[in-house]
Design a binder for this molecule. Sequence first.
Ligand code: SF4
Length: 600
Amino acid sequence: MRFPYANLRKGQLEVANFIRSRLGGYLAVKAPTGYGKTVVALVGHVGSGRVLYVVRTRNEIAPVVREARNLGASFTIVFSGRRMCPLVRGAEVSPEDFWLNCRLLRLKSMCPYYTNLKQVSQEELLELLNSADQLDPHVLASLVARELSACPFFALSGLADRVELTIATYPYLFNETVYSTAFSDVGLDEFYVIVDEAHTLVSPQSILSDSVNQSVLRTSASELSRHGYGELAQQVKHVEESLSRVTFNKLTRVSKQSIGVDADLLRELEEAFYAIRLSYLQSLVEVGVEAFARTTSSIGRLVKFLALATKDFFSLYTQSAFDTFRLHALPLGYEPMRERLRLARGVLLMSGTLPPKDVLDKVVGRETEYLDVEAQYGHVFPRENVFYAVYTSVTTSYPLRSTRMFMEYAKLVRSVYESTDRAVLAVYPSYEVMNEVVTYLKDSISTYVESEKTKVADIEKLLAAEPHTLINAVAGGKIVEGVEFRDSSGLSLISAVVICGIPYPSPDDYVEDFREALRSEVGDAADTLVMDVQASIRVTQSFGRAIRSEKDRAFIVLADRRYLKKGFKELLGLRYDAVFSNLPSLLSRLNDFFRLNRAK
Ligand code: SF4
Protein backbone atom coordinates (compact mmCIF):
# COMPACT_ATOMS: atom_id res chain seq x y z
CA MET A 1 0.00 0.00 0.00
CA ARG A 2 1.25 3.49 -0.92
CA PHE A 3 1.19 6.67 1.11
CA PRO A 4 -1.64 8.95 0.04
CA TYR A 5 0.53 12.07 0.45
CA ALA A 6 3.21 13.46 -1.89
CA ASN A 7 5.38 14.83 0.93
CA LEU A 8 6.44 12.39 3.58
CA ARG A 9 7.98 13.18 6.94
CA LYS A 10 11.45 11.95 7.81
CA GLY A 11 11.42 8.20 8.23
CA GLN A 12 7.73 7.58 7.49
CA LEU A 13 8.45 5.22 4.62
CA GLU A 14 11.10 3.40 6.65
CA VAL A 15 8.80 3.03 9.65
CA ALA A 16 6.03 1.62 7.43
CA ASN A 17 8.56 -0.86 6.00
CA PHE A 18 9.80 -1.70 9.51
CA ILE A 19 6.21 -2.58 10.47
CA ARG A 20 5.39 -4.47 7.30
CA SER A 21 8.52 -6.61 7.41
CA ARG A 22 7.83 -7.67 11.00
CA LEU A 23 4.09 -8.26 10.98
CA GLY A 24 3.16 -11.00 13.40
CA GLY A 25 5.63 -9.91 16.07
CA TYR A 26 5.32 -7.50 18.99
CA LEU A 27 6.22 -4.12 17.54
CA ALA A 28 6.45 -0.75 19.23
CA VAL A 29 6.70 2.65 17.55
CA LYS A 30 7.32 5.82 19.51
CA ALA A 31 6.69 9.06 17.59
CA PRO A 32 5.25 12.41 18.69
CA THR A 33 1.73 13.65 18.00
CA GLY A 34 1.62 15.19 14.55
CA TYR A 35 4.13 12.76 13.04
CA GLY A 36 1.49 10.79 11.17
CA LYS A 37 1.68 7.53 13.13
CA THR A 38 -1.78 6.48 12.01
CA VAL A 39 -1.07 6.59 8.29
CA VAL A 40 2.31 4.90 8.82
CA ALA A 41 0.69 2.08 10.81
CA LEU A 42 -2.00 1.62 8.19
CA VAL A 43 0.42 1.61 5.27
CA GLY A 44 2.46 -0.94 7.23
CA HIS A 45 -0.53 -3.25 7.71
CA VAL A 46 -3.26 -2.82 5.15
CA GLY A 47 -3.27 -5.49 2.47
CA SER A 48 -1.76 -8.14 4.76
CA GLY A 49 -4.86 -9.34 6.57
CA ARG A 50 -7.50 -8.12 9.00
CA VAL A 51 -6.50 -5.27 11.26
CA LEU A 52 -8.13 -4.23 14.54
CA TYR A 53 -7.09 -0.66 15.33
CA VAL A 54 -8.04 0.29 18.89
CA VAL A 55 -8.23 3.81 20.30
CA ARG A 56 -8.90 4.98 23.84
CA THR A 57 -11.92 7.19 23.22
CA ARG A 58 -14.66 7.59 20.63
CA ASN A 59 -13.20 10.99 19.66
CA GLU A 60 -10.05 9.27 18.45
CA ILE A 61 -11.92 7.17 15.87
CA ALA A 62 -12.42 10.06 13.39
CA PRO A 63 -8.72 10.61 12.47
CA VAL A 64 -8.33 6.89 11.71
CA VAL A 65 -11.46 6.97 9.52
CA ARG A 66 -9.95 9.91 7.62
CA GLU A 67 -6.68 8.05 6.94
CA ALA A 68 -8.52 4.85 5.98
CA ARG A 69 -10.52 6.81 3.41
CA ASN A 70 -7.40 8.57 2.10
CA LEU A 71 -5.76 5.18 1.63
CA GLY A 72 -8.85 3.65 0.03
CA ALA A 73 -8.88 0.88 2.66
CA SER A 74 -12.19 -0.79 3.43
CA PHE A 75 -13.12 -0.18 7.05
CA THR A 76 -15.76 -0.33 9.72
CA ILE A 77 -16.16 1.29 13.13
CA VAL A 78 -17.33 -0.15 16.44
CA PHE A 79 -17.84 1.63 19.72
CA SER A 80 -20.30 1.59 22.62
CA GLY A 81 -23.35 -0.45 21.55
CA ARG A 82 -25.70 1.64 23.67
CA ARG A 83 -24.44 4.87 22.15
CA MET A 84 -24.92 3.47 18.66
CA CYS A 85 -28.39 2.14 19.41
CA PRO A 86 -31.20 4.23 17.85
CA LEU A 87 -33.66 2.97 20.49
CA VAL A 88 -31.61 4.32 23.37
CA ARG A 89 -30.40 7.60 21.82
CA GLY A 90 -28.50 9.25 24.64
CA ALA A 91 -30.54 7.83 27.55
CA GLU A 92 -28.41 6.88 30.55
CA VAL A 93 -28.64 3.09 30.62
CA SER A 94 -25.88 1.01 32.17
CA PRO A 95 -24.10 -1.28 29.70
CA GLU A 96 -25.26 -4.41 31.54
CA ASP A 97 -28.90 -3.29 31.41
CA PHE A 98 -28.58 -2.23 27.82
CA TRP A 99 -27.10 -5.51 26.63
CA LEU A 100 -29.69 -7.59 28.47
CA ASN A 101 -32.53 -5.46 27.05
CA CYS A 102 -31.02 -5.71 23.58
CA ARG A 103 -30.59 -9.49 23.91
CA LEU A 104 -34.19 -9.97 25.01
CA LEU A 105 -35.53 -7.76 22.24
CA ARG A 106 -33.53 -9.72 19.70
CA LEU A 107 -34.64 -13.07 21.13
CA LYS A 108 -38.27 -12.03 20.90
CA SER A 109 -37.73 -10.50 17.43
CA MET A 110 -38.98 -7.19 18.77
CA CYS A 111 -36.21 -4.85 17.65
CA PRO A 112 -37.20 -3.50 14.21
CA TYR A 113 -33.63 -2.36 13.48
CA TYR A 114 -32.28 -5.82 14.15
CA THR A 115 -34.98 -7.46 12.06
CA ASN A 116 -34.11 -5.10 9.19
CA LEU A 117 -30.48 -6.19 9.21
CA LYS A 118 -31.37 -9.05 6.88
CA GLN A 119 -32.47 -6.57 4.22
CA VAL A 120 -29.16 -4.69 4.24
CA SER A 121 -26.23 -5.93 2.19
CA GLN A 122 -22.61 -5.44 3.21
CA GLU A 123 -22.09 -3.57 -0.08
CA GLU A 124 -24.68 -0.98 0.94
CA LEU A 125 -23.00 -0.52 4.30
CA LEU A 126 -19.54 -0.16 2.78
CA GLU A 127 -20.87 2.30 0.27
CA LEU A 128 -22.42 4.35 3.05
CA LEU A 129 -19.22 4.35 5.15
CA ASN A 130 -17.06 5.35 2.22
CA SER A 131 -19.29 7.89 0.59
CA ALA A 132 -20.36 9.83 3.68
CA ASP A 133 -18.13 12.87 4.09
CA GLN A 134 -18.64 12.58 7.83
CA LEU A 135 -15.85 11.39 10.10
CA ASP A 136 -17.73 11.56 13.40
CA PRO A 137 -18.44 7.96 14.48
CA HIS A 138 -21.77 8.94 16.06
CA VAL A 139 -22.94 10.49 12.81
CA LEU A 140 -21.83 7.43 10.82
CA ALA A 141 -23.71 5.14 13.21
CA SER A 142 -26.84 7.27 13.02
CA LEU A 143 -26.67 7.22 9.20
CA VAL A 144 -26.95 3.43 9.28
CA ALA A 145 -30.09 3.70 11.38
CA ARG A 146 -31.58 6.59 9.43
CA GLU A 147 -30.78 5.61 5.85
CA LEU A 148 -30.84 1.83 6.10
CA SER A 149 -33.18 1.42 9.10
CA ALA A 150 -30.77 -1.18 10.44
CA CYS A 151 -29.07 -1.69 13.81
CA PRO A 152 -25.79 0.27 13.55
CA PHE A 153 -23.95 -1.84 16.11
CA PHE A 154 -24.61 -5.25 14.56
CA ALA A 155 -24.44 -3.94 10.99
CA LEU A 156 -21.04 -2.31 11.49
CA SER A 157 -19.50 -4.96 13.75
CA GLY A 158 -20.73 -7.59 11.28
CA LEU A 159 -18.49 -6.02 8.63
CA ALA A 160 -15.36 -6.95 10.58
CA ASP A 161 -14.88 -10.23 8.72
CA ARG A 162 -15.28 -8.47 5.40
CA VAL A 163 -13.16 -5.30 5.68
CA GLU A 164 -9.42 -4.70 5.93
CA LEU A 165 -9.65 -2.42 8.93
CA THR A 166 -11.88 -2.43 12.01
CA ILE A 167 -11.57 0.71 14.12
CA ALA A 168 -12.82 0.25 17.67
CA THR A 169 -12.42 1.53 21.20
CA TYR A 170 -10.22 -0.24 23.79
CA PRO A 171 -12.89 -2.46 25.39
CA TYR A 172 -13.35 -4.23 22.04
CA LEU A 173 -9.85 -5.57 22.46
CA PHE A 174 -9.17 -5.72 26.18
CA ASN A 175 -12.52 -6.91 27.51
CA GLU A 176 -13.20 -10.43 26.32
CA THR A 177 -16.97 -10.21 26.87
CA VAL A 178 -17.25 -6.95 24.97
CA TYR A 179 -15.10 -8.37 22.16
CA SER A 180 -17.29 -11.46 21.76
CA THR A 181 -20.48 -9.37 21.68
CA ALA A 182 -19.16 -7.51 18.64
CA PHE A 183 -17.02 -10.07 16.83
CA SER A 184 -18.61 -13.44 17.40
CA ASP A 185 -17.50 -14.64 13.94
CA VAL A 186 -13.88 -13.44 13.98
CA GLY A 187 -11.30 -14.74 16.44
CA LEU A 188 -8.75 -12.34 17.85
CA ASP A 189 -6.07 -14.57 16.31
CA GLU A 190 -7.31 -13.40 12.91
CA PHE A 191 -6.51 -9.77 13.64
CA TYR A 192 -3.30 -7.81 13.56
CA VAL A 193 -3.88 -5.47 16.47
CA ILE A 194 -2.77 -1.82 16.53
CA VAL A 195 -2.98 -0.19 19.97
CA ASP A 196 -3.00 3.61 19.81
CA GLU A 197 -1.81 5.62 22.85
CA ALA A 198 -0.21 2.41 24.10
CA HIS A 199 1.54 4.16 26.99
CA THR A 200 -1.83 3.59 28.72
CA LEU A 201 -0.85 -0.09 29.16
CA VAL A 202 1.51 0.99 31.94
CA SER A 203 -1.56 1.93 34.05
CA PRO A 204 -3.85 -1.08 33.55
CA GLN A 205 -6.39 0.42 35.97
CA SER A 206 -7.19 3.06 33.36
CA ILE A 207 -8.13 0.32 30.87
CA LEU A 208 -9.74 -2.38 32.98
CA SER A 209 -11.42 -1.27 36.18
CA ASP A 210 -14.87 -0.60 37.53
CA SER A 211 -16.53 0.80 40.62
CA VAL A 212 -19.95 1.06 42.27
CA ASN A 213 -21.07 3.60 44.81
CA GLN A 214 -23.07 3.06 47.95
CA SER A 215 -26.33 4.06 46.34
CA VAL A 216 -26.01 1.32 43.66
CA LEU A 217 -25.52 -1.30 46.37
CA ARG A 218 -28.35 0.06 48.50
CA THR A 219 -30.82 0.31 45.61
CA SER A 220 -29.86 -3.16 44.35
CA ALA A 221 -30.60 -4.63 47.76
CA SER A 222 -34.03 -2.98 47.93
CA GLU A 223 -34.87 -3.97 44.32
CA LEU A 224 -33.96 -7.57 45.15
CA SER A 225 -36.13 -7.53 48.31
CA ARG A 226 -39.02 -6.06 46.37
CA HIS A 227 -38.86 -8.90 43.86
CA GLY A 228 -38.67 -11.62 46.52
CA TYR A 229 -34.90 -12.22 46.63
CA GLY A 230 -34.54 -11.52 50.37
CA GLU A 231 -31.46 -13.69 50.93
CA LEU A 232 -29.62 -12.20 47.99
CA ALA A 233 -30.53 -8.72 49.20
CA GLN A 234 -28.89 -9.54 52.53
CA GLN A 235 -25.69 -10.59 50.74
CA VAL A 236 -25.63 -7.30 48.85
CA LYS A 237 -26.18 -5.42 52.11
CA HIS A 238 -23.18 -7.24 53.52
CA VAL A 239 -21.10 -5.88 50.61
CA GLU A 240 -22.49 -2.42 51.29
CA GLU A 241 -21.42 -2.62 54.94
CA SER A 242 -17.78 -2.59 53.77
CA LEU A 243 -18.42 0.97 52.63
CA SER A 244 -19.98 2.16 55.86
CA ARG A 245 -16.56 1.78 57.52
CA VAL A 246 -14.72 3.93 54.95
CA THR A 247 -13.07 7.01 56.37
CA PHE A 248 -10.32 7.79 53.85
CA ASN A 249 -10.31 9.25 50.41
CA LYS A 250 -7.38 6.93 49.70
CA LEU A 251 -7.96 3.50 48.21
CA THR A 252 -8.17 1.02 51.09
CA ARG A 253 -8.02 -2.73 50.47
CA VAL A 254 -10.92 -4.96 51.34
CA SER A 255 -10.89 -8.73 51.03
CA LYS A 256 -13.39 -10.25 48.61
CA GLN A 257 -13.86 -13.19 50.93
CA SER A 258 -14.72 -11.07 53.96
CA ILE A 259 -17.58 -9.31 52.16
CA GLY A 260 -18.76 -12.34 50.18
CA VAL A 261 -17.81 -11.20 46.68
CA ASP A 262 -17.39 -14.40 44.69
CA ALA A 263 -18.52 -16.26 41.58
CA ASP A 264 -21.63 -17.62 43.39
CA LEU A 265 -22.86 -14.13 44.23
CA LEU A 266 -22.28 -13.07 40.63
CA ARG A 267 -24.16 -16.07 39.23
CA GLU A 268 -27.13 -15.65 41.57
CA LEU A 269 -27.36 -11.94 40.83
CA GLU A 270 -27.17 -12.57 37.08
CA GLU A 271 -30.02 -15.07 37.36
CA ALA A 272 -32.14 -12.69 39.45
CA PHE A 273 -31.37 -9.80 37.11
CA TYR A 274 -32.39 -11.85 34.09
CA ALA A 275 -35.59 -13.14 35.73
CA ILE A 276 -36.70 -9.68 36.90
CA ARG A 277 -36.09 -8.15 33.48
CA LEU A 278 -37.84 -11.05 31.76
CA SER A 279 -40.92 -10.49 33.90
CA TYR A 280 -40.86 -6.86 32.81
CA LEU A 281 -40.78 -7.98 29.19
CA GLN A 282 -44.41 -9.15 29.57
CA SER A 283 -45.46 -5.51 29.88
CA LEU A 284 -43.63 -4.57 26.69
CA VAL A 285 -46.88 -4.12 24.80
CA GLU A 286 -47.79 -1.24 27.09
CA VAL A 287 -44.37 0.41 27.48
CA GLY A 288 -43.15 -0.02 23.90
CA VAL A 289 -39.80 -1.16 22.52
CA GLU A 290 -37.95 2.13 23.10
CA ALA A 291 -38.91 2.36 26.75
CA PHE A 292 -37.92 -1.27 27.25
CA ALA A 293 -34.50 -0.73 25.66
CA ARG A 294 -33.93 2.12 28.15
CA THR A 295 -34.96 0.14 31.21
CA THR A 296 -32.27 0.37 33.81
CA SER A 297 -31.71 -0.96 37.31
CA SER A 298 -29.01 -0.90 39.94
CA ILE A 299 -28.78 -4.69 39.82
CA GLY A 300 -27.48 -4.45 36.23
CA ARG A 301 -24.82 -2.01 37.32
CA LEU A 302 -23.82 -4.32 40.17
CA VAL A 303 -23.66 -7.38 37.92
CA LYS A 304 -21.30 -5.55 35.57
CA PHE A 305 -19.08 -4.58 38.49
CA LEU A 306 -18.98 -8.11 39.92
CA ALA A 307 -18.16 -9.60 36.53
CA LEU A 308 -14.80 -7.82 36.76
CA ALA A 309 -14.41 -7.90 40.55
CA THR A 310 -14.60 -11.69 40.69
CA LYS A 311 -11.91 -12.25 38.05
CA ASP A 312 -8.39 -13.38 38.92
CA PHE A 313 -5.89 -10.53 39.11
CA PHE A 314 -8.56 -8.08 40.36
CA SER A 315 -8.74 -6.82 43.94
CA LEU A 316 -11.22 -4.65 45.81
CA TYR A 317 -10.66 -1.22 47.38
CA THR A 318 -12.97 1.18 49.17
CA GLN A 319 -12.73 4.94 48.94
CA SER A 320 -14.64 7.97 50.10
CA ALA A 321 -14.92 10.17 47.01
CA PHE A 322 -16.56 13.59 46.93
CA ASP A 323 -20.13 13.05 48.19
CA THR A 324 -20.22 9.24 48.15
CA PHE A 325 -18.38 6.03 49.04
CA ARG A 326 -17.15 3.73 46.31
CA LEU A 327 -16.05 0.14 45.95
CA HIS A 328 -13.43 -0.31 43.20
CA ALA A 329 -12.29 -3.42 41.33
CA LEU A 330 -8.73 -2.82 40.14
CA PRO A 331 -6.23 -5.03 38.30
CA LEU A 332 -3.10 -6.19 40.07
CA GLY A 333 -0.52 -6.47 37.34
CA TYR A 334 -0.50 -6.55 33.57
CA GLU A 335 -1.71 -10.10 32.98
CA PRO A 336 -5.33 -9.21 32.03
CA MET A 337 -4.04 -7.10 29.12
CA ARG A 338 -1.23 -9.45 28.20
CA GLU A 339 -3.72 -12.32 27.90
CA ARG A 340 -5.61 -10.41 25.25
CA LEU A 341 -2.54 -9.28 23.31
CA ARG A 342 -1.15 -12.83 23.25
CA LEU A 343 -4.22 -13.98 21.33
CA ALA A 344 -3.70 -11.52 18.46
CA ARG A 345 -2.05 -12.43 15.18
CA GLY A 346 0.41 -9.57 15.69
CA VAL A 347 0.69 -6.47 17.85
CA LEU A 348 1.77 -2.90 17.16
CA LEU A 349 1.97 -0.55 20.14
CA MET A 350 2.14 3.16 19.29
CA SER A 351 2.39 6.35 21.29
CA GLY A 352 4.23 9.64 21.52
CA THR A 353 4.98 8.87 25.14
CA LEU A 354 5.78 5.17 24.99
CA PRO A 355 8.06 4.14 27.88
CA PRO A 356 11.58 2.95 26.99
CA LYS A 357 11.95 -0.53 25.49
CA ASP A 358 13.19 -2.26 28.66
CA VAL A 359 10.15 -0.93 30.55
CA LEU A 360 7.64 -1.73 27.80
CA ASP A 361 8.99 -5.29 27.53
CA LYS A 362 8.28 -5.78 31.23
CA VAL A 363 4.77 -4.41 30.83
CA VAL A 364 3.81 -6.65 27.90
CA GLY A 365 5.77 -9.60 29.27
CA ARG A 366 7.88 -10.24 26.18
CA GLU A 367 10.51 -8.61 24.00
CA THR A 368 9.26 -5.97 21.60
CA GLU A 369 10.87 -4.80 18.38
CA TYR A 370 11.03 -1.15 19.31
CA LEU A 371 11.50 1.85 17.04
CA ASP A 372 11.92 5.34 18.50
CA VAL A 373 11.33 7.55 15.48
CA GLU A 374 13.09 10.66 16.82
CA ALA A 375 16.09 8.67 18.08
CA GLN A 376 16.38 7.02 14.66
CA TYR A 377 15.49 9.83 12.26
CA GLY A 378 15.93 13.04 14.23
CA HIS A 379 13.46 15.50 15.70
CA VAL A 380 10.09 15.53 13.99
CA PHE A 381 9.53 19.19 14.95
CA PRO A 382 12.42 21.68 15.30
CA ARG A 383 13.91 21.16 18.75
CA GLU A 384 14.21 24.93 19.31
CA ASN A 385 10.40 25.25 19.22
CA VAL A 386 10.28 24.08 22.80
CA PHE A 387 12.25 25.11 25.87
CA TYR A 388 12.52 22.76 28.84
CA ALA A 389 13.33 24.55 32.09
CA VAL A 390 13.79 22.88 35.46
CA TYR A 391 12.94 25.06 38.45
CA THR A 392 14.60 23.77 41.60
CA SER A 393 13.28 26.10 44.32
CA VAL A 394 10.17 24.00 44.83
CA THR A 395 9.09 20.42 45.37
CA THR A 396 5.90 18.52 46.16
CA SER A 397 7.84 15.85 48.04
CA TYR A 398 5.59 14.93 51.02
CA PRO A 399 7.92 15.93 53.88
CA LEU A 400 8.43 19.36 52.33
CA ARG A 401 4.82 20.24 51.55
CA SER A 402 3.81 23.38 53.43
CA THR A 403 1.80 26.55 53.01
CA ARG A 404 4.97 28.37 52.05
CA MET A 405 5.68 25.77 49.34
CA PHE A 406 2.17 26.04 47.90
CA MET A 407 2.52 29.84 47.84
CA GLU A 408 5.82 29.45 45.98
CA TYR A 409 4.10 27.33 43.37
CA ALA A 410 1.30 29.89 43.06
CA LYS A 411 3.85 32.65 42.56
CA LEU A 412 5.59 30.66 39.83
CA VAL A 413 2.37 29.79 38.02
CA ARG A 414 1.05 33.35 38.21
CA SER A 415 4.35 34.80 36.98
CA VAL A 416 4.48 32.47 33.97
CA TYR A 417 0.85 33.31 33.19
CA GLU A 418 1.55 37.06 33.39
CA SER A 419 4.53 36.70 31.06
CA THR A 420 2.50 35.12 28.25
CA ASP A 421 -0.48 36.23 26.20
CA ARG A 422 -1.95 32.80 25.46
CA ALA A 423 -3.19 29.98 27.64
CA VAL A 424 -1.00 28.45 30.34
CA LEU A 425 -1.55 24.93 31.62
CA ALA A 426 -0.58 24.26 35.23
CA VAL A 427 -0.53 20.56 36.10
CA TYR A 428 -0.57 19.20 39.66
CA PRO A 429 0.06 15.73 41.09
CA SER A 430 -3.35 15.61 42.85
CA TYR A 431 -6.55 17.54 43.57
CA GLU A 432 -5.22 18.25 47.07
CA VAL A 433 -2.10 20.01 45.80
CA MET A 434 -4.03 21.83 43.09
CA ASN A 435 -6.64 23.12 45.53
CA GLU A 436 -3.95 24.34 47.90
CA VAL A 437 -2.09 26.22 45.16
CA VAL A 438 -5.12 27.77 43.46
CA THR A 439 -6.17 29.29 46.79
CA TYR A 440 -3.42 31.83 46.10
CA LEU A 441 -4.30 32.32 42.45
CA LYS A 442 -7.95 33.17 42.43
CA ASP A 443 -7.94 36.95 42.21
CA SER A 444 -7.96 38.97 39.03
CA ILE A 445 -6.80 36.42 36.48
CA SER A 446 -8.84 34.25 34.13
CA THR A 447 -8.58 30.83 35.73
CA TYR A 448 -10.14 27.43 35.18
CA VAL A 449 -9.81 24.74 37.84
CA GLU A 450 -10.47 21.11 36.91
CA SER A 451 -13.06 19.20 38.91
CA GLU A 452 -14.91 15.88 38.70
CA LYS A 453 -17.50 17.65 36.55
CA THR A 454 -15.04 19.16 34.06
CA LYS A 455 -16.04 18.87 30.42
CA VAL A 456 -13.44 19.50 27.74
CA ALA A 457 -16.07 21.46 25.79
CA ASP A 458 -16.32 23.97 28.68
CA ILE A 459 -12.62 24.74 28.42
CA GLU A 460 -12.83 25.05 24.64
CA LYS A 461 -15.62 27.60 25.10
CA LEU A 462 -13.66 29.49 27.73
CA LEU A 463 -10.51 29.62 25.58
CA ALA A 464 -12.52 30.83 22.60
CA ALA A 465 -13.79 33.73 24.72
CA GLU A 466 -10.53 34.41 26.59
CA PRO A 467 -7.40 32.82 25.08
CA HIS A 468 -5.24 34.19 27.90
CA THR A 469 -6.47 31.78 30.57
CA LEU A 470 -4.73 29.76 33.24
CA ILE A 471 -5.98 26.17 33.19
CA ASN A 472 -5.30 24.21 36.36
CA ALA A 473 -5.45 20.48 35.85
CA VAL A 474 -4.58 17.24 37.59
CA ALA A 475 -1.96 14.97 36.01
CA GLY A 476 -3.54 11.94 34.38
CA GLY A 477 -6.97 13.64 34.39
CA LYS A 478 -9.41 14.57 31.64
CA ILE A 479 -7.64 17.73 30.49
CA VAL A 480 -4.14 16.36 30.37
CA GLU A 481 -4.82 13.02 28.67
CA GLY A 482 -5.31 13.17 24.94
CA VAL A 483 -6.98 16.58 24.59
CA GLU A 484 -5.79 19.38 22.36
CA PHE A 485 -6.82 23.02 22.27
CA ARG A 486 -6.18 24.74 18.93
CA ASP A 487 -7.26 28.02 17.39
CA SER A 488 -8.92 28.31 13.98
CA SER A 489 -5.52 28.28 12.22
CA GLY A 490 -4.60 25.01 13.93
CA LEU A 491 -2.12 26.58 16.33
CA SER A 492 -2.01 25.21 19.87
CA LEU A 493 -3.65 27.65 22.30
CA ILE A 494 -1.32 26.59 25.11
CA SER A 495 1.98 28.42 25.06
CA ALA A 496 3.40 27.36 28.43
CA VAL A 497 3.03 24.37 30.73
CA VAL A 498 4.06 24.44 34.38
CA ILE A 499 4.25 20.99 35.90
CA CYS A 500 4.05 21.56 39.64
CA GLY A 501 5.87 18.68 41.28
CA ILE A 502 6.27 15.13 40.04
CA PRO A 503 2.90 13.41 39.61
CA TYR A 504 3.69 10.14 41.37
CA PRO A 505 0.65 7.98 42.11
CA SER A 506 -0.66 8.72 45.64
CA PRO A 507 0.62 6.18 48.13
CA ASP A 508 -2.33 3.95 49.02
CA ASP A 509 -3.15 0.26 49.40
CA TYR A 510 -3.67 -0.21 45.68
CA VAL A 511 -0.25 1.17 44.78
CA GLU A 512 1.29 -1.03 47.47
CA ASP A 513 -0.53 -4.18 46.29
CA PHE A 514 0.23 -3.46 42.64
CA ARG A 515 3.91 -3.07 43.46
CA GLU A 516 3.94 -6.29 45.50
CA ALA A 517 2.22 -8.19 42.70
CA LEU A 518 4.84 -6.99 40.22
CA ARG A 519 7.78 -7.57 42.54
CA SER A 520 7.49 -11.37 42.28
CA GLU A 521 7.77 -11.01 38.52
CA VAL A 522 10.26 -8.20 37.92
CA GLY A 523 12.00 -7.77 41.29
CA ASP A 524 13.12 -4.25 42.22
CA ALA A 525 12.02 -2.89 38.84
CA ALA A 526 8.49 -2.99 40.33
CA ASP A 527 9.21 0.25 42.23
CA THR A 528 10.25 2.03 39.05
CA LEU A 529 7.28 0.69 37.09
CA VAL A 530 4.70 1.69 39.65
CA MET A 531 6.11 5.08 40.60
CA ASP A 532 8.67 6.62 38.22
CA VAL A 533 7.37 5.21 34.94
CA GLN A 534 3.77 6.19 35.64
CA ALA A 535 4.85 9.66 36.77
CA SER A 536 7.12 10.19 33.75
CA ILE A 537 4.29 9.32 31.35
CA ARG A 538 1.99 11.80 33.08
CA VAL A 539 4.68 14.47 32.73
CA THR A 540 5.26 13.86 29.03
CA GLN A 541 1.52 13.72 28.41
CA SER A 542 1.20 17.10 30.17
CA PHE A 543 3.67 18.99 28.05
CA GLY A 544 2.44 17.18 24.97
CA ARG A 545 -0.72 19.35 25.24
CA ALA A 546 1.26 22.38 24.03
CA ILE A 547 3.17 20.93 21.08
CA ARG A 548 0.80 19.51 18.48
CA SER A 549 2.51 20.54 15.21
CA GLU A 550 5.65 22.15 13.81
CA LYS A 551 4.01 25.57 14.11
CA ASP A 552 3.70 25.41 17.90
CA ARG A 553 6.14 27.00 20.36
CA ALA A 554 6.05 26.22 24.05
CA PHE A 555 7.93 26.94 27.25
CA ILE A 556 7.81 24.03 29.68
CA VAL A 557 8.64 24.43 33.36
CA LEU A 558 9.37 21.26 35.30
CA ALA A 559 8.90 22.69 38.74
CA ASP A 560 10.49 20.33 41.22
CA ARG A 561 14.14 19.76 42.12
CA ARG A 562 13.64 15.99 41.77
CA TYR A 563 13.55 16.39 37.96
CA LEU A 564 17.36 16.42 38.22
CA LYS A 565 17.41 12.79 39.44
CA LYS A 566 19.33 10.86 36.78
CA GLY A 567 16.94 7.90 36.58
CA PHE A 568 13.88 10.10 36.22
CA LYS A 569 15.52 12.29 33.61
CA GLU A 570 16.39 9.19 31.60
CA LEU A 571 12.81 8.00 31.72
CA LEU A 572 11.64 11.38 30.41
CA GLY A 573 14.23 11.10 27.63
CA LEU A 574 14.76 14.88 27.67
CA ARG A 575 17.68 17.25 27.36
CA TYR A 576 16.89 20.14 29.68
CA ASP A 577 17.64 23.58 28.19
CA ALA A 578 18.31 25.25 31.53
CA VAL A 579 18.06 24.75 35.27
CA PHE A 580 16.92 27.72 37.40
CA SER A 581 17.01 28.20 41.12
CA ASN A 582 15.48 31.68 41.09
CA LEU A 583 12.32 32.97 39.51
CA PRO A 584 13.57 36.21 37.88
CA SER A 585 16.15 34.28 35.80
CA LEU A 586 13.52 31.80 34.68
CA LEU A 587 11.11 34.59 33.68
CA SER A 588 13.82 36.46 31.86
CA ARG A 589 14.58 33.36 29.77
CA LEU A 590 10.88 32.77 29.16
CA ASN A 591 10.49 36.35 27.87
CA ASP A 592 13.53 35.90 25.59
CA PHE A 593 12.07 32.66 24.26
CA PHE A 594 8.73 34.23 23.31
CA ARG A 595 10.35 37.44 21.97
CA LEU A 596 12.66 35.42 19.69
CA ASN A 597 9.83 33.24 18.49
CA ARG A 598 7.56 36.21 17.79
CA ALA A 599 10.31 37.74 15.69
CA LYS A 600 10.60 34.60 13.50
S1 SF4 B 1 -31.00 -1.41 17.57
FE1 SF4 B 1 -31.85 -3.23 18.55
S2 SF4 B 1 -30.35 -4.84 18.16
FE2 SF4 B 1 -29.37 -2.88 17.77
S3 SF4 B 1 -28.33 -2.38 19.66
FE3 SF4 B 1 -30.36 -1.38 19.71
S4 SF4 B 1 -31.69 -2.86 20.74
FE4 SF4 B 1 -29.87 -3.95 20.13
